[in-house]
Design a protein around this ligand. Structure first.
Ligand SMILES: *Cc1c(COP(=O)(O)O)cnc(C)c1O
Length: 401
């Protein structure tokens, strides 16, 4: 039996079956490349759902990790540590919002935002107790905790996990009218992704974010943007909302913030929102730990120093252009993208994206289907033009057969 099969079998035997990975066992990496236990080399076109935007084992991030690991790794928030405020300062400078609350996973940062906007509703807006409503969008992905799946529209994410947390209203994504119709005096926030990543790189109509931002402002509703996947240069700006010139009240960050090394997330917000939290009212043992903070600071510095937002913008346009001929493929319905965040949507009769991802894997390119019918192309942002050409050649070949 091959090494790969032995490891896959052992996973099957002992692990929970909550994922269905492609049958490739990775053991080593550098930049956009990964190697499996058989010594085969692959290009990583998924980047761990954008958590690996800086490329595998970025030397500056790994250096920061190792240096901090030898000094101080965890103090809890009972004491201060030296790098956390640096992470705050950088996030404030980059986002234009004044305050930061650190957590670990994306879902925790979303939960933090839900708590914050509710409490803002009660203490600032004057919503009657336990009546706060949050507007969310169909096909959203905000994580896997019980409250977060309570407002998912995806049956797989919810079935069997109830009872659910009340207080959420689902509306169509991309519809300004739907948001307007859903607002009541008890609405405290609109929670939305500027581009829906997990749903298949769904880009809302031009002007959507600007118009819902205005609706929110006019109705005293907070605009909470989940940029866990779209943030940190993925779409060609440091944050996706910067394409639209809007100013969110709450910005939820994660994934790439941890430099592909550790789970680091944060809620960034206005003074008015963040000030709802007083000592003892929210927290996390590992949130904002010195190791995470040092890694995040290094990751943020790399994003700025290597101008990854511009790079994503430039190479994203190049990628879309190079992919244009793929539209001729009998399997392809549409190609959508912004920056290095691209989805190739297949026609229903193509029989799903999985088989194409398996074929791409055999050809050395690691992609993952999202929502059955979309192939997501989201390489590390440090990818070169030549490496993109290499990838496009394979995508074109696989989709033409
Ligand atoms: C990945 C993701 C999350 C959840 O992050 P976890 O770290 O997996 O908890 C939430 N929102 C969006 C938009 C995401 O892409």
């Amino acid at each position: 039996m091959s090494k790969t099969n032995a490891i896959v079998d052992k996973n099957d035997q002992y692990g929970a079956h909550n994922y269905k990975p492609l049958p490739v066992v990775l053991e080593r990496s550098e930049g956009v490349w990964v190697w499996d236990v058989e010594g085969r080399k692959f290009m990583d076109m998924l980047s761990a759902y954008s958590a690996m935007s800086l490329g595998h084992c970025h030397p500056k991030v790994i250096e920061a990790l190792k240096a901090q690991a030898d000094k101080l790794t965890l103090v809890s928030r009972a004491f201060f540590c030296d790098h956390l405020a640096e992470m705050y300062e950088r996030l404030v400078e980059l986002s234009g919002l004044p305050r930061v609350l650190p957590m670990n996973t994306g879902a925790e940062a979303v939960e933090t935002a839900v708590k914050a906007v509710r409490k803002w509703g009660y203490t600032v807006k004057g919503v009657p107790e336990n009546q706060a409503e949050i507007i969310v969008c169909k096909d959203n992905f905000h994580g896997r905790t019980t409250t977060v799946i309570s407002f998912s529209s995806e049956e797989d994410y919810r079935t069997g996990f109830g009872p659910f947390t009340p207080g959420f209203k689902l509306v169509d994504y991309g519809s300004v009218e739907a948001v307007e119709a859903a607002i009541t005096p008890n609405t405290v926030a609109l929670l939305v992704e500027p581009i829906q990543g997990e749903a298949g790189i769904n880009i809302p109509p031009v002007g959507y974010l600007e118009e819902v931002a205005k609706l929110c402002r006019d109705n005293r509703v907070l605009l909470a943007l989940d940029e866990i996947q779209t943030g940190f240069a993925r779409t060609g700006k440091m944050f996706c909302f910067q394409h639209d010139g809007v100013k969110p009240d709450v910005l939820i960050l994660g994934k790439a913030l941890g430099g592909g090394v550790l789970p680091v997330s944060a809620m960034v917000a206005t003074e008015e929102v963040m000030n709802v939290f007083e000592p003892g009212q929210h927290g996390s043992t590992f949130g904002g730990n010195p190791l995470s903070a040092a890694v995040a600071v290094a990751a943020l510095d790399v994003m700025v120093d290597e101008q990854l937002a511009d790079r994503s913008q430039r190479l994203g346009s190049y990628l879309m252009e190079k992919l244009h001929p793929v539209l001729e493929s009998p399997h392809v319905k549409e190609i959508r993208g912004r920056g290095l965040f691209v989805g190739i949507e297949l026609k229903p009769e193509a029989g799903g994206a999985r088989r194409f991802c398996e074929a791409l894997m055999k050809d050395g390119l690691l992609c993952k289907e999202t929502h059955e019918s979309v192939i997501r192309l989201a390489p590390p942002l440090v990818i070169t033009k030549e490496e993109l050409d290499w990838a496009v050649e394979r995508v074109t070949r696989v989709l033409s057969t």
